[in-house]
Write a new protein. Structure first.
Length: 608
């Protein structure tokens, strides 16, 4: 997620803002920029790449004098990481500057409106519409312009805003994207996270949803969306600097797990409009979708596991045959790609070597490729014919959690879109699916609150030598990812098996005390999986079941049961994976492992 820092006070602003941005580099970014009011006008500097480039261009901020400034490190979502797309963004007269975290969902409609009014755009971003919309409404009262703009835009945002005719004044706004303000004897700060300002003050105020803050050198005023002034209480931050970077969490992985409800919302909500799924970046007409005869999903690691889930979901909803391939196998098995086939490449980084090679293989054979990636401007994003971004934000921990979740959401949306176009589901069924999707963020949040019980159970298995995960259908796909999470961060040998395969060799490995994790979320397969639970228990296994709240048969058969909220069975992965992520995390923590940086692993695998 992008980083915002702003300052208004007695000291030179640019060096303070650049220093604050450096404390947010852990969040991930691909460009940076700063705007400063020098007493006469707004001056700015932007740079694609690392913050160091911006620091060198401005000599550490010395070439941008002034006592009020806003800065930004951008994680690209709309438009590639270029100087033009970097923040801050301005109106045409460069008299209003804006930095923005989040997504403006209706930016295209606003852009068309403003273009019709004669406004010209310089970037590909959604953020630039804010600067022009503020200009459109600005008649000398900045608060009035901000309120009118907020009532017009839809989406999530944390904003820092400067007006060149409002000296020594900084405005901050928040809806669904984090934002704090701080104060010391010399001035006031805004930031998207605590580490940016911890060096200067520990007195902070948390900005709540749809609140606006007007900051001056020695005071600040808070307003709600109805322009009523409100009172806020400050909080004293006790974290050390390292803890602050992780938002108070012990590890980035845990922090990223807790970001999953927002990840689901960010990936899903811009693509659901007026009760319909709209995937503009798909680049396919309904006629082209209707002509799809087969889908090949190609990926590695956790991304491959989302593809396994998608196979079940797409085939069930859209009735399109799906092949799921490991990218490292796809390119060497001389795959048969028939006319009417669609190829989907999934990668968090967009740089995975085997996935990139598979993409090129498909394109050489004349097939169009859809990339599902998290990093804008990455190699797969550039080389795919069309790209669907997951908008999970940067993921620091090597073991993926929120990026995996975002990929699932993207694939659900594709499955539903294809099903509706091909008329393989009724409108009533489609509405039921939309309702279930809408509940997912809250349900994931609810599961995350059960971490203490999972931690207690995990502590019993710190010395485990091997763990088996079993499931059928979508539950097998969940088991694959649950097993990978455990093995990659705890170094415990773990395997996932389709539960029906136990009799074909694997059950010989079950002995007294072996932990078996049985995933049981598919109602039509409950009894089959319960039979497998009984089989392994008869050989001495201890069984932890992950199942739905109504499945009492699993509770009776298992030794320990974790329940997930009711959801449509096709979306069960998004819920069942949460306790498995937490289980793997707490086992690894208990064993003293480096959770965020497991041995021998890299975040982006750029070699074969």
């Amino acid at each position: 997620m992008c980083g915002i820092v702003g300052y208004v006070g007695m000291n030179p602003a640019a060096p303070l803002v650049l220093d604050g941005l450096s404390k947010l580099e852990y969040r991930g970014y691909d460009s940076a920029g700063i705007a400063v009011f020098d007493g006469k006008c707004l001056r700015y500097q932007k740079a694609a790449g690392r913050l160091k480039v911006l620091e060198e261009l401005t000599h550490g901020g010395e070439t941008l004098p002034g006592n009020v400034a806003i800065g930004h490190t951008r994680w690209a979502t709309h438009g590639e990481p270029t100087n033009e797309n970097a923040h801050p963004h301005f109106n045409e007269k460069n008299s209003i500057a804006v930095v923005h975290n989040g997504i403006i969902e209706n930016y295209q409609q606003i852009k068309e409106f403003l273009t019709g009014k004669g406004y010209k755009f310089r970037s590909e971003t959604d953020t630039e519409v804010l600067a022009h919309l503020l200009d459109y409404y600005y008649k000398g009262d900045p608060m009035e312009a901000i309120f009118k703009t907020l009532h017009r835009v839809e989406g999530s945002y944390a904003l820092g805003i400067l007006f060149d005719d409002q000296p020594d004044t900084l405005f901050a706004v928040r809806k669904d994207s984090p934002l704090i303000v701080g104060q010391n004897d010399d001035g006031c700060f805004i930031a998207s996270d605590v580490p940016a300002i911890l060096r200067y003050t520990r007195k902070v105020y948390y900005v709540d949803n749809q609140e606006i803050v007007k900051l001056h050198r020695h005071h600040m005023h808070f307003y709600n969306i109805d322009a009523e002034e409100i009172e806020k209480e400050s909080v004293t931050i006790e974290w050390d600097a390292n803890a602050a970077e992780k938002g108070g969490y012990d590890h980035f992985m845990l922090k990223e797990m807790y970001e999953q409800p927002k990840t689901i919302t960010d990936t899903m909500s811009p693509r659901i409009r007026d009760g319909k799924i709209v995937i503009d970046e798909l680049g396919m007409s309904d006629e082209e979708i209707a002509a799809i005869r087969k889908i090949h999903i190609v990926a590695c690691g956790s991304a491959y596991h989302t593809g396994v889930t998608a196979k079940y979901v797409i085939e069930k909803l859209a009735r399109i045959p799906v092949e799921t391939d490991l990218a490292s196998e796809f390119r060497y098995r001389d795959p048969i790609l028939e006319e009417g086939s669609m190829v989907i490449i999934i990668s968090q980084s967009g740089e995975t070597a085997d996935s990139l090679a598979a993409l090129r293989e498909a394109k050489e054979r004349g097939f169009k490729v859809l990339g599902i990636v998290n990093v804008v401007g990455s190699s797969i994003a550039r080389e795919a014919d069309n790209v669907m971004y997951t908008w999970a934000g940067p993921e620091i921990a090597v073991a993926t959690t929120k990026a995996y979740t975002a990929q699932l959401i993207a694939l659900y949306l594709l499955a539903m879109k294809f099903a509706q176009v091909k008329k393989t589901i009724t409108q009533e069924r489609f509405n039921q699916l939309l309702e279930s999707l809408d509940k997912l963020p809250h349900q994931v949040e609810r599961l995350l609150t059960d971490k203490e019980n999972i931690q207690k159970f995990a502590n019993r298995y710190l010395a485990a030598r091997e763990v088996f995960f079993i499931g059928r259908g979508i539950d097998y796909a969940i088991s694959l990812e649950g097993s990978l999470k455990l093995k990659e961060i705890s170094y415990i040998h773990s395997e996932a098996y389709a539960a029906g395969e136990l009799k074909h060799g694997t059950i010989s490995l079950i002995e007294k005390g072996t932990l078996v994790v049985a995933v049981c979320t598919q109602p039509d397969l409950y009894q089959k999986t319960v039979s497998n639970i009984v089989e392994v228990k008869a050989r001495g296994a201890f069984v932890m079941a992950v199942t739905c709240e109504d499945n009492h048969a699993a509770e009776g058969a298992a030794d320990y049961t974790i329940y997930i909220p009711q959801t449509d069975p096709v979306f069960a992965n998004s819920l069942a994976i949460i306790p498995l992520q937490l289980f793997g995390y707490y086992v690894a923590v208990g064993r003293g492992c480096d959770v965020d940086k497991p041995r021998n692993l890299a975040k982006s695998v750029t070699v074969e």
